[in-house]
Design a protein around this ligand. Structure first.
Ligand SMILES: Cc1ncc(C[n+]2csc(CCOP(=O)(O)OP(=O)(O)O)c2C)c(N)n1
Length: 438
């Protein structure tokens, strides 16, 4: 692992949460004194990347190449770390539909794009669509890919039956058996392409089939389709589309960066804004409860749902991402994302810690709803948050979006703070009951 000092935004989160912090493994230093690290960075780019540990683990994922680098996000942004890790797991076969919002801006800071490729030229495909139809845009990608792969499967099956070349037959059968297995489909696709290219196929029918398969070879690899965006998109303006895609049953992953406001346009209230928070259009503090998007989606029963906060529990986040991706149906992952709009008193170098505190005091909850467990006769709902401890009020008082309520509307503040805490407690109690159901 190597840091690129010339690209570092200087937020300091890495130092703040480094497990070897006490030993001084990472420290913040002035750039001028770190130019040797820039040389090390150049060298690191020449070293072949290898999976030193299983990629699905917190440590192992960090040895994998990110397909997302040097974004145009604010220093300490709570959104970008989530997508960076997801690209480390699936970047070489990801397709991303991005709703307009901060994520479409840091995701395409023209003229440079943070989504990148590996030495084979593989990387995520990315495009931005409208606020009001981004989930449908991603669904279109998934349906298009499904059509292409269904056609490919028919061609490969026909080839496997017709050919009398053993290695072509074997490669075709292996691909068919594992075509929906994301982790192995690259290997089997490469093997099939190599077999088709290496062999002198003489049978005219097989020749024709091989040509058609090679023409569509980009679709041999199982794709990982992601619709991403903020809470303004998913809870509000694009909600109809999100709901439609979740209901469709298609293999699409929806990732929500929940900053609890419309961040990119300056912090307007959304249905994800909790009671008492000050936001535009809620200048005297939001009066109503935060919408529980996750539980609404869970009512379908066949949608994978998770609520995560990387800074609180990296393992739970990674587990949720892998369960969602492996689930051959719709998935929704809601990520808590601290933002400059929150006015964190301790600064944007503490956003990861802020996620941890949010979960500890019961402001944000971690859970997973996995329909596959239901099929096994188990409770599909797992509550990953512990019983809240620590002061909910202290958590609020560390953020300008709440303290400004106290300053500007002292007569209303107390009741709204109490409501915010009661709302969060209510959610937690509901989750607890759900988790205890047999
Ligand atoms: C239909 C529509 N209304 C308004 C806008 C203007 N707009 C662009 S980005 C944005 C805010 C996005 O907020 P959110 O989805 O929460 O994402 P964040 O910026 O917080 O990541 C708005 C209102 C738009 N693009 N489309």
């Amino acid at each position: 692992m190597q840091v690129s000092p010339l690209d570092c935004l200087g937020c300091g989160n890495c130092v703040d949460i480094c497990p070897m912090k006490a030993k001084g493994a990472l420290t913040m230093e002035y750039l001028e004194s770190q130019m040797h690290e820039a040389e090390n960075w150049e060298y690191a780019l020449t070293v072949e990347q290898k999976d030193l540990m299983p990629r699905g683990t917190v440590k192992g994922s960090q040895f994998a190449q990110p397909y997302f680098e040097f974004s145009g996000a604010c220093a300490g942004c709570g959104e970008t770390p989530y997508i960076k890790v997801i690209t480390q797991l699936y970047g070489d076969r990801m397709m991303i539909a991005n709703a307009t919002g901060c994520s479409s801006i840091w995701g395409a800071s023209a003229p440079s794009l943070p989504y990148t490729v590996d030495k084979n030229g593989h990387g995520p495909s990315w495009a931005n669509s409208l606020f009001e139809d981004n989930a449908e845009y991603g669904l279109g990608m998934a349906v298009g890919v499904r059509q292409m792969r269904t056609k490919l499967a028919a061609l490969v099956e026909e080839l496997a039956e017709c050919t009398n070349l053993d290695n072509v037959k074997e490669a075709a059968k292996a691909w068919l058996a594992g075509m929906d297995d994301g982790a192995n489909s690259r290997k089997e696709s490469d093997a099939l392409v190599a077999a088709l290219n290496a062999q002198e196929i003489t049978c005219p029918h097989c020749k024709e089939l091989a040509a058609q398969i090679l023409e569509k070879k980009d679709y041999l690899v199982k794709k990982s389709v992601w619709c991403v965006g903020g809470d303004g998109w998913s809870y509000d303006i694009g909600y109809g589309g999100v709901d439609h895609v979740l209901a469709s049953g298609e293999d699409v992953n929806i990732l929500v960066f929940d900053t609890e406001v419309y961040s990119n346009t300056g912090g307007q209230a959304s249905k994800a804004t909790p009671a008492a928070a000050i936001a535009k259009f809620a200048a005297s503090g939001k009066r109503t409860k935060k919408k529980d998007l996750g539980m609404m989606a869970a009512t379908y029963g066949y949608v994978y749902v998770a609520q995560v906060a990387m800074g609180a529990d990296k393992n739970q986040f990674l587990k949720a991402v892998q369960e969602a991706e492996n689930y051959h149906g719709p998935s929704l992952i809601i990520c808590y994302a601290p933002c400059i709009n929150h006015g964190l008193r301790r600064g944007m170098g503490k956003t990861q810690e802020n996620e941890k505190l949010a979960v500890e005091c019961g402001y944000w909850h971690l859970y997973r709803f996995n329909p596959q467990l239901k099929a096994e006769g188990k409770n599909p709902f797992t509550l990953d948050s512990k019983e809240p401890k620590g002061s909910f009020r202290d958590f609020l008082m560390d953020q300008v979006r709440y303290t400004s309520l106290l300053k500007e509307f002292p007569d209303k503040a107390e009741a709204l703070f109490e409501k915010a805490e009661a709302d969060a407690r209510d959610r937690y109690e509901g989750y607890k009951k759900r988790a205890e159901m047999q």
